[in-house]
Design a protein around this ligand. Structure first.
Ligand SMILES: [Zn+2]
Ligand SMILES: [Zn+2]
Length: 362
């Protein structure tokens, strides 16, 4: 039996559950509807699956970081000094801005990040919609911190702070926050980031500070007179956590396969998502996409909802056990567990989606 260690990731689990329950309860008290059952279940399961995959991915990132920091790290940093931590957090957040911006503006990186934007809702559960396929490239962006000699433990902690900060900004229940909007990422300016209204596209990439957006011209304020529509213009008709991670990869390879020369094939991976061989690469206006959708309007059958809830509760338990035990597991066993989690979600996610589609055909 592997030894169980209470890691910080595990402590975050009950906090997230409480936040989701609180937001749901508060929205009901306010007479607002900001949660949809199957969407939230899917978001939570996407988050659980990404933890299974990224727990191993994060080890690779931390390992690569430590190797580069040991070999090329130029300065010594005092771990007891607040200056070290503040500087590391600022630099990490600056690099996060570029990771995130690249995740929207380069197609092969958008293929990974699109998962986070695939919900039509915007609430605390949306924050958990994290990609399982992005870990292979993200660490490269943070190498300036390693070259500056910032110790790996500081890198890991400021990374966790940056990620956790971003949970609370995924809510529709908090309005504008005055002067704070000028400095920090807030629910209001992050709502713009998740919007598909034309004015929202490619805006507000910041993690903790919105300063970077203001500096590099990607900032937009929320427009009260134009309600935000959330999600993808081309909706993902699936409750499958695995497909939400893979659908755009499949689309991108298909698009590349249709090109008749190598330059255009490569552009399908390295140019912006809206790139087109005919030179018309501007994103299509929202008005050109249908506003209503049968898939989401149909009622999800009770048995699909109950199986979703049961699978989610079971998966939370398994994830806590996995995160606590993985330190004493071999790399092979960790990869096996992550693969088993992905296969289970692919299997169950398929049936959830079919359940909804059958309801549509009635
Ligand atoms: Zn984004
Ligand atoms: Zn977000």
């Amino acid at each position: 039996m592997p030894e169980f260690v209470l890691s910080p990731n595990i402590l975050v689990v009950p906090i997230l559950i409480v936040l989701i329950v609180l937001e749901f309860g508060l929205s009901r008290l306010m007479g607002r509807s900001v949660y949809s059952f199957q969407d939230s279940i899917t978001s939570i399961n996407i988050g659980i699956m990404s933890q299974f995959v990224n727990a191993t991915g994060a080890v690779i990132s931390a390992f690569m970081y430590a190797v580069i920091e040991m070999k090329y790290g130029t300065f010594e940093w005092n771990l007891a000094s607040p200056v070290t931590w503040i500087f590391a957090l600022l630099l990490y957040d600056f690099m996060y801005y570029w990771v995130h911006r690249t995740g929207h503006e380069v197609n092969m990186f958008w293929a990974a990040h699109i998962t986070h934007h695939s919900s039509d809702e915007f609430n605390f559960s949306t924050a958990l919609r994290q990609a399982s396929t992005g870990f292979y490239f993200k660490w490269v962006f943070y190498m300036p911190l390693a070259v500056l000699g910032i110790p790996v433990q500081v890198f890991v902690v400021v990374g966790l702070i940056d990620l956790l900060y971003q949970v609370w900004v995924h809510t529709r229940l908090v309005g504008r926050l005055g002067w704070v909007e000028y400095v920090l990422v807030t629910p209001s300016n992050h709502r713009v980031h998740h919007g598909k209204n034309d004015y929202c596209i490619d805006k507000n990439y910041g993690g903790i500070f919105c300063t970077w957006d203001r500096l590099f011209g990607t900032y937009a304020d929320e427009r009260v007179e134009e309600p935000i529509v959330y999600g993808l213009k081309k909706k993902l008709h699936s409750w499958n956590p695995v497909w939400s991670n893979l659908h755009y990869w499949s689309e991108m390879f298909k698009k590349a396969g249709e090109q008749d020369n190598w330059r255009n094939k490569l552009m399908c991976f390295f140019a912006e998502p809206a790139w087109s061989a005919d030179g018309n690469s501007a994103p299509k206006p929202l008005a050109q996409f249908p506003a209503t959708d049968d898939f989401f309007a149909s009622r999800t059958p009770l048995r699909v909802k109950l199986s979703g809830l049961a699978m989610t509760l079971f998966s939370v338990g398994l994830l806590v056990f996995y995160l606590g035990s993985k330190q004493s597991m071999s790399a092979g066993l960790q990869i096996f567990c992550a693969t088993a989690a992905v296969c289970s979600f692919a299997f169950v996610g398929y049936f959830w989606t079919q359940g909804n589609k059958k309801e549509l055909q009635r």
